[in-house]
Design a protein around this ligand. Structure first.
Ligand SMILES: *Cc1c(COP(=O)(O)O)cnc(C)c1O
Ligand code: SF4
Length: 336
C-alpha cells in the first residue's frame, strides 16, 4: 500500500482537501475519540509499513470513548497485527502470479481486473492487498497504455473492473481518460468500479466524477465496500442518490470481520440500510488469509450460521452470497 498522492492547489476538489486532513497519527485519532492515549497499538515501526489513515468524516461516525466501536476496529492498528499466524501469507489470493502487462489481472472468464492505484482514502487493517507491491504494477503509471493494449487484444473480455487500492483515489482527469478509452474498445460491455471511497469519503462523488461516469456507452456498475450499518449516513445517502440518478447499478460487498459485523443483527441491519440507499448486497466475503489479519477471522461454520439467520429474516434479494477467494479458481468460491 502506498500513501495517497498529496493534493494541493487552489482548484483541488473538496475531496482532496478532506483526504489531506485525514487522521494519520494514532494519538490524534485517540484524542478526537476521547480514548485512553495508552490504548494498545501496533509498534510504530510496523505501523509505518501500513500507516493509520482515517478520513475525519469517517471518524465522526464512530462512537466517542468506545474502544470497541465497529468502525474504529476496522482502522485501528492493533498489536495483534504483528503476530505471525501460520497460514496467513503475503499474497493470500495468488494475484501476483496472474498479473499481466499494465496492472491487469485476468483470472475470471470475460472480466479483467485493473490495478489502477495502490492509494486508498482509508487504511483498513484487514486489507487483503496491504502487502501488494503496487509500485511495480500500477496500470495508471503509463497513462493506461499497457492496460488498454492488453484489454483491446483480447475479444473475450466483456467487463473491465477497476480495483486497487481504491480506483477513486485517482484524479477525475486520469479516470476520465481511461473510461473514454475503454468506451472505444468495441468488445467491452461493462465498466465496474470497486470502491470504498463513497463510504469513507462521500465528498468524492462530486460533479467532476459524475461527468465522466455519466457519459459513454458502457454499462456502469459500482460495487461499494461497506461493512457495517453505522458506515452509512446521510452524506453517503446523497452520494448514492447522485449515482443512481445516472442509472448506475449499485452493489455492495462486505468482509465478514470478527467483532465488527459477525452477528446476525448487524448483518440484517446492514442489508436493510443498503436497501434504503438503493444498494443491493452482492458478496459477503470470508477474510482472505493475509498476514497480520488473523484476529479478524470468522470461522466458516459461524459464517454459515449467520447466512441461515439472514435467510430467515430478509427477502432473498437482500441476502449476499457468502464466498471465499481461493488461489487458482476461475471464480469466487460459493460457500453453502
Ligand atoms: C473478484 C474478482 C473478479 C470479479 O469477480 P465477480 O465474481 O465477477 O465479482 C474478477 N477478477 C478478479 C481477479 C477478482 O479477484
Ligand atoms: S479501501 Fe479497500 S483496498 Fe483500501 S485499504 Fe480498505 S480494504 Fe484495502
Amino acid at each position: 500500500m502506498i500513501p495517497s498522492p498529496p493534493a494541493t492547489g487552489q482548484h483541488a476538489p473538496r475531496w482532496q482537501h478532506a483526504l489531506r486532513e485525514a487522521f494519520t497519527r494514532p494519538a490524534d485519532l485517540l484524542a478526537y475519540l476521547e480514548l485512553d492515549p495508552s490504548l494498545p497499538a501496533l509498534a510504530p515501526a510496523l505501523e509505518r509499513e501500513f500507516p493509520l489513515r482515517v478520513p475525519r468524516g469517517y471518524a465522526a461516525r464512530m462512537r466517542k470513548a468506545d474502544a470497541r466501536d465497529p468502525l474504529l476496529l476496522q482502522v485501528w492498528p492493533r498489536p495483534d497485527e504483528g503476530i505471525e499466524v501460520p497460514g496467513f501469507a503475503l499474497d493470500a489470493v495468488g494475484d501476483l502470479q496472474r498479473l499481466r502487462d499494465g496492472g491487469v489481472i485476468h483470472k475470471y472468464e470475460g472480466r479483467v481486473l485493473v490495478m489502477a492505484t495502490g492509494a486508498c482514502a482509508v487504511h483498513c487493517r484487514f486489507c487483503f492487498r496491504r502487502h501488494f507491491p503496487y509500485g511495480e504494477h500500477l496500470a495508471a503509471r503509463d497513462h493506461w497504455r499497457a492496460a488498454l493494449r492488453t484489454i483491446a487484444a483480447d475479444a473475450s473480455i466483456r467487463e473491465v473492473i477497476l480495483s486497487g487500492g481504491d480506483p477513486l483515489s485517482l484524479t477525475d482527469d486520469k479516470l476520465a481518460e481511461l473510461a473514454d478509452a475503454l468506451d472505444a474498445i468495441p468488445h467491452l460491455r461493462r465498466l465496474r468500479i470497486h470502491t470504498r471511497q463513497p463510504i469513507v469519503l462521500p465528498e468524492r462523488i462530486d460533479e467532476r466524477l459524475l461527468a465522466w461516469l455519466g457519459r459513454g456507452r458502457l454499462q456502469k456498475i459500482v460495487v461499494l465496500h461497506a461493512n457495517h450499518p453505522n458506515e452509512l449516513d446521510a452524506a453517503v445517502a446523497s452520494a448514492m442518490l447522485a449515482l443512481r440518478r445516472l442509472g448506475i447499478t449499485l452493489l455492495n460487498q462486505t468482509v465478514l470481520l470478527r467483532n465488527v459485523n459477525d452477528d446476525a443483527d448487524t448483518l440484517v441491519r446492514l442489508s436493510e440500510r443498503l436497501s434504503e440507499y438503493g444498494i443491493l448486497p452482492y458478496y459477503l466475503h470470508l477474510l482472505d488469509r493475509v498476514r497480520g489479519t488473523a484476529h479478524f477471522e470468522v470461522a466458516e461454520t459461524a459464517a454459515r450460521e449467520l447466512m441461515r439467520a439472514m435467510h430467515a429474516r430478509l427477502p432473498g434479494y437482500l441476502v449476499p452470497r457468502l464466498v471465499r477467494e481461493e488461489p487458482g479458481r476461475t471464480s469466487k468460491t460459493p460457500i453453502a
